[in-house]
Design a protein around this ligand. Structure first.
Ligand code: GRF
Length: 195
């Protein structure tokens, strides 16, 4: 049995897809959802069983708990978490947490890193920058997490075309479809490779 902790700050649509993907299996458990945002949509999604009857406890924490104590690390270790999956989690991960889960923490970024990444490059800002730069393609990057925004080793990328008439909203829709299609499967592959 492998155990996943999902971190999300926003809507939580990726968290939901991952929960649904593993809901009927017996070898992967979504053990805990963690959020820094008491208003995050992921809390409501979890309360509704992620649309698949899967009820996962949600832990909400503040900046002090995250950055100035090892409370979160202790909880994750106590729960014997094998993989931390960031799904729209907005805070930089403290070095202590990265060190506690070496190669056991992954993130998804809504563009083709190393382009359109780094501090401030999140959500709509990414798709606006892609359109403003006249890109002909965008996509997703799934990567390991280190102490710097969007700089960990790349695990997987998938691409979508961007046409000259696409708005940032159009790009967002295409990218989100790629995220929902691929993130659960790549998480499964990573779990399989964990010794
Ligand atoms: C996704 O676009 C993801 O790539 C980014 O944040 C967004 C989260 O969306 N890191 P959701 O909360 O999963 O709907």
């Amino acid at each position: 049995m492998k155990r996943i902790a999902l971190f999300a700050s926003g809507s939580g649509s990726n968290a939901e897809k991952i929960a649904q993907y593993f809901a009927n299996g017996t070898d992967v458990e979504i053990t805990l959802v963690l959020t820094n945002n008491p208003k995050a949509g992921v809390i409501e999604r979890s309360r509704r069983g992620f649309g698949c009857g899967l009820h996962v406890p949600v832990l909400t924490f503040d900046r002090a708990a995250f950055h100035e104590s090892d409370r979160i690390i202790k909880i994750l270790k106590n729960q014997q978490i094998d993989l931390i999956v960031l799904a729209g989690f907005m805070w930089l991960i403290p070095a202590g947490l990265v060190r506690a889960f070496p190669n056991q923490m992954v993130n998804i970024h809504p563009a083709l890193l190393p382009r359109f990444g780094g501090k401030g490059m999140y959500g709509h800002h990414v798709h606006e920058a892609v359109v403003a730069a006249g890109e002909t393609e965008s996509g997703i990057t799934i990567h390991y997490v280190n102490e710097h925004y969007d700089e960990g080793q790349v695990i997987f990328q998938a691409r979508c075309p961007v046409s000259a008439t696409d708005t940032p909203d159009d790009v967002a829709r295409k990218v989100q479809a790629l995220e929902h299609e691929h993130y659960p499967k790549i998480v499964e592959t990573i779990l399989r490779e964990l010794s």
